[in-house]
Design a protein around this ligand. Structure first.
Ligand code: ZN
Ligand code: ZN
Ligand code: FE
Length: 765
């Protein structure tokens, strides 16, 4: 052996919880090098000694052969005096150093583990918590950095001899797998009655839950990031009972199926959708329901009135076992009471789900943070988020420019997420939920505390929505910091989309959503904002109409229909189709007219979401919304893609601002509806009208400013038909279109946008 060289290699990025140290160990052993490798708060530190040329090869391999789930953001190689290590070893982590390492998201059970799960000769046959170095729980069991067993909730379980041997064996695929476990030493299932009393344990508990689901009962199942409520998706009675017991929640349920073949029986699945379904993050993927199912019929109550169905494949060993035993698709929906966050503790499960579920399937591994399933769809040929949560949180989304100091953004009110950021990394939280009650408020506060501890980043700047009454704004004011920044809602939407694409030029943002407070005190939601350098100029918007009853109008499409009719025809509506009593009873009409005409609790709004509601109600597509956006979603489902007609939109330029007047559009909708034109045609003409209007405003802004980037953002653009048509029309006119790819276009992505605005602000002051 020639002269011994020593190198100290510091590797940062996603290098903990992904089998990085075992990989380093194997590389060193295969090259005959000595030294050690350990995790620390910032990543992995390797000390290696050997002949210079071999050490060089080793360094090269570290950079090029890293495990699939790892991602290296920085690698620094330093020289050091030789220490003559006797061998190569993995040593314990260094506690107490500042933590800047990335935390891995949870990873779906890998193929090798699934094979063991199904192999009667394997010692982990049917063990519902098996995992390995490349799969299993991560974020939802991690309490602190570095990622070591004692820093996870698996510290409660002492490894048995067999597991300890695998853990210590460098050639074993469970070498240093922190959540390693088996039936002898790891977590166990228990089946409980709704009062929490244990009825069965182990495999008998699993089979008890299986029998309950097969028998049409509702079972609360403790999963990775919280409890789910499960029942047979083909049993109409069971699904209806689940809906009734869950309370006013009318949102579509997702279903769990064994594999893609099973899903294909009732959904159409493209190549991209299949890849997304089978990806290690295993999100819920929205798929088109087959018109006539071949055998399997999903109960109508699973996703009422929807042509899209959320489908997911098993991502834990427990889900694999359930789907192997139950051949029908299983409803798997978040275990919570209406409007509350997902239940994560066994005590809450008994208290809150005991009244909904007939049986509880529990286990004794603690969940550190609630993490709902992510929801995605293929849009314009690429995956896009409706909810970014399990499998993605807490992986960072990058920021185009580094923050000068750690910052926190608390998000909006609906579909809340928060975002802790440092440098160029924005760590988005899992889905928190709608901040409508003290429980969600508490979950938001606890989540923020957890992130600050986990990432060791104390935010000195906190961004929040301009709305003073949002619970998130109150959380922001309760936290200690140097600076608070109030960010206009739609500005945040656009800034987020721009930051995702790292565009360093002015962008025209089309922000269409339900509601956000504007800087003139009105409720905005149909906005054209010219965004540049942390600021914005409102260059266009939908015309204002009264929002009867404020936020409550989101659940009453008829109110919006009345409001738009009165704005289009005047309050007496002479000459309008309403005179024939097309939509309202006399009493309803008198009531609404009083409410809107009197201006009581009816602030002006430019909301595009509420315009969808009005058109949905007038066309007959939907007269009721049990949750924000339901009527709009139905109108989207109705659309006849072959219809080419478009309703008129008068765009008037007032003081340099393009105001798209909805009056002529509403009159045309009302006439069509009164004349018996079908909702599918009305829906298509309405969608087409919006596309034409968007392009015409964008063209006029480009003429004045030269801006040719257009961002489509806000919850309304979850509408696949609208976003695809609008993007295509804009592209055909030479615009560069920006769509959200890494965060949702809805309010789930708002915190990221608030951070983007904050980053620009900090640079300016
Ligand atoms: Zn595995
Ligand atoms: Zn064991
Ligand atoms: Fe919004």
């Amino acid at each position: 052996m020639g002269r011994v060289t020593r190198r100290r290699i510091v590797v940062e990025g996603l290098v903990q919880g992904v089998g990085f140290r075992p990989f380093v160990y194997r590389e060193a052993m295969s090259l005959g090098l000595v030294g050690r490798v350990r995790n620390d708060g910032s990543g992995v530190i390797i000390d290696v000694e050997g002949e210079a040329g071999v050490v060089r090869d080793f360094v090269h391999h570290i950079g090029t052969r890293a495990p699939a789930n790892a991602s290296i953001t920085m690698m620094r190689v330093e020289t050091a005096p030789a220490r003559r290590y006797p061998t190569f070893s993995i040593t314990d982590s260094d506690p107490g150093t500042a933590s800047t390492a990335l935390v891995s998201a949870d990873v779906a059970t890998c193929d090798a583990c699934v094979r063991e799960l199904c192999d009667p000769r394997d010692r982990r046959f049917r063990y519902p918590f098996l995992n390995c170095t490349s799969c299993g729980p991560r974020f939802t069991i991690q309490q602190e950095l570095p990622y070591d067993r004692h820093g996870t909730t698996m510290s409660a379980f002492a490894m048995c001899g067999a597991c300890a041997a695998e853990y210590a064996d460098p050639v074993d695929r469970r070498f240093h797998a922190q959540p390693i476990a088996c039936g002898e030493c790891g977590p166990q299932l228990s089946m409980c009655a709704p009062d929490g009393s244990v009825r069965e344990v182990g495999d008998a508990a699993l089979m008890g839950a299986v029998a309950a689901i097969r028998g049409g009962n509702i079972v609360a199942v403790k999963g990775l990031g919280g409890y789910h409520l499960a029942c047979d998706a083909t049993a109409g009675v069971a699904v209806a009972r689940l809906r009734a017991r869950k309370g006013r929640d009318a949102k579509p349920f997702a279903v769990l199926v064994r594999d893609v073949v099973a899903a294909e029986r009732f959904c159409r699945i493209g190549v991209d959708e299949r890849a997304l379904l089978e990806s290690p993050a295993r999100p819920i993927v929205l798929l088109r329901v087959r018109e006539a199912g071949t055998g399997v019929q999903i109960a109508a109550d699973v996703a009422p009135g929807n042509r899209w169905l959320g489908v997911m494949l098993p991502y834990t060993p427990l889900h694999h076992l359930l789907t192997q035993e139950i051949s029908h698709p299983i409803v798997l929906t978040s275990g919570n009471r209406a409007a509350e966050p997902i239940v994560t503790t066994d005590q809450d499960a008994v208290e809150k789900l005991g009244g909904i579920a007939d049986v509880l399937l529990m286990h004794n591994r603690r969940i550190t943070i609630g993490c709902d399933d992510s929801v995605m769809r293929i849009q314009s040929g690429a995956p896009s988020f409706i909810r970014r949560s399990r499998g993605f949180a807490p992986l960072p989304v990058s920021l185009p420019r580094a923050l000068l100091t750690p910052a926190l953004a608390v998000g909006g009110m609906l579909k809340n997420t928060f975002c802790l950021a440092r440098g160029t990394q924005a760590f988005l939280s899992p889905h928190i939920g709608d901040l409508e009650n003290p429980t969600t408020y508490g979950t938001l506060q606890q989540g923020i505390e957890h992130y600050i501890r986990l990432f060791g980043a104390e935010p000195r700047v906190i961004a929040h929505d301009m709305h003073p009454d949002y619970l998130s704004t109150r959380v922001a004011h309760a936290l200690e910091c140097d600076t608070r920044i109030a960010v206009q809602h739609h500005h945040a939407h656009v800034a987020g989309c721009v930051a995702e694409h790292s565009v360093d030029a002015p962008v025209l943002g089309v922000a269409f959503d339900g509601a956000g407070l504007g800087d003139d005190g009105a409720i905005w939601g149909g906005e054209f904002l010219l965004v540049d350098n942390g600021g914005y100029e409102r260059v266009g918007h939908l015309s204002y109409v009264p929002l009867p009853g404020g936020d409550a109008a989101a659940r009453h499409p008829l109110r919006m229909a009345a409001s738009h009719l009165m704005s289009a025809y005047g309050s007496e509506l002479s000459g309008s189709p309403v005179e024939c009593g097309a939509w309202f009873s006399d009493t309803e009409w008198r009531l609404l007219r009083g409410m809107i005409g009197g201006g009581v609790l009816s602030p002006p709004t430019s909301s595009a979401g509420r315009l969808f509601d009005a058109v949905a109600a007038l066309s007959g597509a939907s007269r009721a919304s049990r949750f924000e956006g339901e009527a709009a979603a139905r109108l989207e489902c109705m659309v006849d893609p072959g219809e080419r007609g478009a309703y008129p939109f008068d765009v008037q330029h007032v003081n340099g601002c393009a105001v798209a007047d909805c009056s002529s559009l509403i009159r045309a909708v009302a006439q069509d509806a009164a004349g018996g034109v079908g909702a599918n045609i009305i829906s298509a003409r309405f969608h087409n009208a919006l596309c034409v209007m968007i392009v015409s405003v964008a063209v006029s802004v480009r003429q004045q400013t030269g801006v040719h980037h257009v961002a489509l953002t806000g919850g309304v653009f979850q509408n696949a038909h609208l976003v695809e048509r609008a993007a295509a029309s804009l592209r055909s006119q030479g615009f560069t279109v920006l769509l959200h790819r890494q965060v949702p276009c809805n309010d789930g992505g708002l915190s990221y946008g608030q951070i983007a605005v904050t980053a620009a602000h900090l640079e300016h002051c």
